[in-house]
Design a protein around this ligand. Structure first.
Ligand code: NAP
Length: 491
């Protein structure tokens, strides 16, 4: 057990965690009194119960957001920025509780949970700074007969839907720009990990977010609650992070009232190691790109292509490092790999590994789900993974590194692009010209050059192809929540 986190401390943080719906600035039970269980994936035990919203609760939240929109849109940008900075500071003050709560409900190692609290808070600081820099324009018409005023206004009430793998950061990446732009919102976190977002609601309340401006609705019936809200047209925007199949369905719903959409969807990243790469650096990069969040990341390296002249050395080094990672409860000392989020996710990883082995891959490390309580799958390295293996085209979302050798640059670029996804790819080479050439040719919204992580609140995060629409973070993140209005002035 950890020297720092005792069972008493775990119970205390769970007992203090908000578990009700946050609507119109108040904590409320679900109308029908329903609750859902939040489970610790490292034990399979129920941690606590959380209010489980019905469609009527969802309506209450959207009505609150609608009512608050007009007033909030006129709040001075500096005041919105101050609220975001208050929230940033409060997140840091409460980082111990936030990190522990996240580890308990999602399973990630505590050190990674601290990293996520920090990353999540940075979105508030970044968008606090953006709030006061929303710019417009003034232009003379080409004929000289008019002037154009270009004004930026909030899109309006927004529906925000987030996944379980980064329970806090995927929320602040949306709430931050929404608040900065002057948009009210209804956020629906994942059913598996509601506690982090409810704890954040408490912080937003204390930071000075006015009633109705941010509403948090947890539910076990996501579609039933959100579909009528999306189809109502009261909300003018949907920002979604999750899987591509669900994103596709939501895009159809948004079409009815032509909602603005931001879609951060699935990924199938390739990591390419050329023969001229610094191999130790490439192994470090692969560790980060593969093992961050125990592989449960949209940015995770799903296919690792290594030049045949260095693949043996690379795979030995990678297997050594992955094999040395301690697997266990995220709260325990030195644990580097937590459980999968639930049994379904663990079984999917096992299924994909079995399929790859049947397709001809060789197991270098791991390869079998762990026995005992919790949903653990050990770090696994596979070599010789062929094109026909399902994991070439399906997200693994687990600590499995599939290696495939290549010989030619053109061949590997074709392989990288042989997927409907296009979120991120990683390239390791010491040849600058090749780095630029390959980075330009791979089909993805982001490229990591000699680095295994690209997420940064100050950079535009997002994908192309079926990985999504729009960007979060960077100087364009706020645009997703702004409309451009042009006012023509006769002269
Ligand atoms: P998911 O099943 O698509 O769920 C995401 C969110 O959508 C959850 O809140 C879920 O609620 C909700 N949802 C599910 N069905 C819905 C419906 N019919 N109507 C409205 N909402 C619905 O994805 P996930 O398994 O939580 O997350 C993993 C996926 O997210 C992976 O594909 C990963 O690549 C992607 N992801 C992408 C990014 C990115 O930035 N591109 C970042 C992180 C994750 P419930 O929890 O109640 O089902």
């Amino acid at each position: 057990m950890s020297a720092l986190i005792t069972a008493d401390r775990e119970q205390a943080v769970i007992a203090a965690a908000p578990t009700r719906l946050y609507i119109d600035g108040e904590w409320r039970d679900a109308r029908e009194g329903r609750t859902l269980d939040v489970v610790d994936p490292s034990t399979g035990q129920v941690l606590t119960k959380v209010a489980d919203a019905s469609p009527e609760d969802g309506w209450d939240a959207l009505k609150a957001a609608e009512a608050a929109q007009k007033g909030f849109a006129t709040m001075p940008p500096r005041q919105r920025a101050d609220i975001l900075m208050n929230a940033f500071r409060l997140m840091h003050e409460r980082k111990d509780d936030l990190a522990l709560l996240m580890t308990l409900e999602m399973g990630k190692p505590l050190a990674e949970a601290y990293g996520e609290v920090n990353y999540a808070a940075e979105f508030f600081r970044h968008f606090a700074e953006e709030a006061t820099r929303i710019s417009g324009g003034y232009q003379t018409a080409p004929t000289g007969s008019a002037r154009f005023l270009i004004h930026r206004q909030p899109v309006g009430p927004s529906i925000l839907i987030t996944p379980w793998n980064f329970p806090l950061a995927m929320g602040t990446r949306k709430i931050g720009p929404a608040l900065a732009a002057g948009c009210t919102s209804v956020l629906k976190p994942a059913e598996l990990t509601p506690l982090s977002m409810l704890a954040l609601a408490d912080i937003l309340h204390e930071a000075g977010v006015p009633a109705g401006v941010v509403n948090i609705v947890v539910t076990s019936t996501a579609g039933e609650v959100t579909e009528p809200l999306i189809r109502s047209g009261i909300a003018r925007k949907l920002s979604f992070t999750g899987s591509t199949p669900v994103g596709r369905k939501l895009l159809e719903q948004c079409a009815e009232k032509v909602l603005r959409t931001s879609m951060e969807l699935g990924g199938n990243a390739a990591l390419v190691v050329f023969e001229d790469a610094d191999l130790d650096r490439a192994v470090e990069g692969a560790m980060l790109a593969k093992m961050r969040n125990s592989g449960e990341a949209c940015t995770a390296a799903n296919r690792i292509f290594v030049h045949s002249s260095v693949i043996e050395e690379f795979s030995q080094k990678l297997a050594e490092k992955m094999g040395a990672m301690k697997v266990g409860r995220g709260v325990d000392d030195d644990v580097k790999v937590g459980p999968m989020v639930d049994s379904r996710q663990r079984d999917k990883v096992a299924e994909l590994v079995d399929d790859a082995v049947r397709s001809g891959a060789e197991v270098i490390l791991g390869g079998e789900p762990a026995a005992g309580e919790g949903y653990f799958y050990p770090p696994t390295v596979l070599s010789g993974v062929p094109r026909r293996a399902r994991m070439w085209s399906e997200e693994i979302f687990g600590p499995v590194a599939p290696l495939t050798p290549f010989d030619e640059e053109d061949q590997v670029i074709d392989w990288v692009n042989d997927t409907e996804y296009g979120l991120v790819n990683y390239v390791f080479t010491n040849d600058l010209t090749r780095a630029v050439r390959v980075a330009e040719q791979v089909e993805s919204g982001m490229v990591g050059l000699n680095q295994g992580a690209v997420s940064n609140p100050a950079a535009p995060f997002g994908g192309i192809k079926e990985s999504g629409l729009g960007r979060e973070g960077g100087d364009v993140g706020i645009d997703e929540f702004l409309e451009t209005k042009y006012i023509g002035i006769a002269m």
